[in-house]
Design a protein around this ligand. Structure first.
Ligand code: 13P
Length: 245
């Protein structure tokens, strides 16, 4: 699974140009790979027209309920626009909009299997230096304790200090954290789910293969490098060459 998180970037012109560049570079041989684009919501309809085959659209954040929730995009609206996944609990939502673990939990447990949740977890630089990475992640995952999870429930491990910084943990460290995440989710969910775990944080076409070569890395959640259709396609091709040979 490879997800492009465009964050608050893009325009109508950019979307059109993005797909031209993507399809020029994308190797169509591995159609089974789940490719997702999470653009700003206002561009989803345009992207639905431009996209093909195994490309899916999704949200960067979601509100499970419709009604009196000013500014929010509800799960029913997402379904209406054929979105099938949503990023939830991104560190930018946690930091800039003060989203708490409890609010993130409410989103996940009220989605009722309508939309695939991609839950973001990850430690800050300070927590990393203090050796608290696993403790922080365990705490962020506790919100799904005793719940039956969507079969495709996915976790994205995004160390906060790696986002947009050009820095990343070593591939082996990422692999170890992904194994830890899989074990924790399996032990606390009622359906013993072993989730796919994506890595996010300064992934580019230059370092992607080092991550995809790790056994427990099931894909990537990509910010900056996903804004160029050609580079994103190259990352997808690298993934297909490594995981779906
Ligand atoms: P960058 O790829 O720009 O580091 O962003 C990662 C991210 O936050 C994806 O959700």
């Amino acid at each position: 699974m490879l997800i492009a998180n465009w964050k608050s970037n893009g325009s109508k012109a950019m979307a059109k140009n993005w797909f031209n560049k993507f399809f020029e570079k994308y190797n169509f041989k591995n159609e089974e790979t789940f490719i997702g684009i999470a653009p700003p919501f206002v561009y989803i309809e345009q992207i639905n027209i431009l996209k093909k085959s195994n490309i899916n659209t999704g949200l960067q954040d979601i509100e499970p309920f419709s009604g009196a929730r000013t500014g929010a995009i509800s799960a029913d609206m997402a379904l209406d626009l054929e979105c099938c996944f949503s990023i939830i609990g991104h560190s930018e939502r946690r930091e800039l909009y003060k989203e708490s673990n409890n609010q993130i939990k409410e989103k996940i447990i009220n989605l009722d299997n309508k939309i695939i949740p991609i839950l973001c977890v990850g430690e800050t630089e300070k927590e990393n230096i203090a050796g608290k990475t696993k403790q922080v992640i365990q705490n962020q995952l506790e919100i799904i304790k005793d719940y039956e999870l969507h079969d495709l429930f996915t976790v994205a491990y995004e160390p906060v200090w790696a986002i947009g910084s050009g820095k990343t943990p070593h591939a082996e460290e990422i692999n170890e954290i992904h194994k830890f995440i899989k074990d924790v989710v399996q032990s606390i969910s009622t359906n013993d789910l072993v989730p796919d775990v994506l890595y996010g944080g300064s992934v580019t076409h230059k370092n992607a293969s080092s991550f995809f070569n790790q056994d427990f890395v099931d894909g990537a959640l990509i910010g900056g490098a996903s804004l160029d259709g050609s580079i994103f396609a190259e990352i997808v091709n690298i993934y297909n060459g490594t995981k779906n040979k």
